[in-house]
Design a protein around this ligand. Structure first.
Ligand code: DQA
Length: 152
């Protein structure tokens, strides 16, 4: 059994990465993430087991966060998509489940023209935020979370 179980959670409109607006979100999909994590973690890669889940609905995401709590998941890498900017309900869930979470965005949300993307309800409830590195954002978040778990 791996030392750390990490849930990689994707919210709305993130089920078709690689196809969705590749000029913003790139041409790689979530299938590429395990390889990127392996490359980044090198000899520590065996310490982590990744589970992937994507849902378009806010309720399904909250249900999955509650399940992660019941399962005793070590950490969460969470790209909540547009819910990042609108969902007090997701922020409320992160506030009580007691699992360290890294907020992730593929694009650099602060460099985008729609100012609503510059706001995050989640940010105050997470360990940190990684944005703007394309699909690598997920692998960087896994590595950051592992370092955090090692030292907590
Ligand atoms: C996103 C940024 C959000 O503003 C947007 O609604 C998404 C994806 C990103 O990964 O860059 O769906 O979270």
């Amino acid at each position: 059994m791996a030392k750390y179980e990490i849930l990689i959670l994707n919210g709305p409109n993130l089920g078709h990465l690689g196809q969705r607006e590749p000029e913003i979100y790139g041409s790689q999909g979530m299938d590429d993430v395990p390889r990127l994590v392996d490359a980044l973690l090198a000899d520590r890669a065996g310490d982590v087991a990744l589970t992937f889940f994507q849902a378009n609905g806010e309720g399904e995401l909250i249900d999955r966060l509650e399940l992660a709590r019941e399962q005793g998941v070590s950490g969460i890498v969470f790209n909540a998509g547009a819910y990042t900017h609108t969902s007090l309900a997701l922020a409320d869930s992160l506030a009580w489940i007691g699992i360290p979470c890294v907020e992730v965005h593929i694009s650099n949300v602060w460099a985008r023209p729609e100012t609503i993307r510059h706001q995050s309800f989640m940010a105050a409830r997470v360990v940190g935020v990684i944005a703007g590195f394309g699909i690598d954002s997920y692998a960087l978040a896994v590595a950051a979370l592992m370092n955090r778990l090692e030292h907590s």
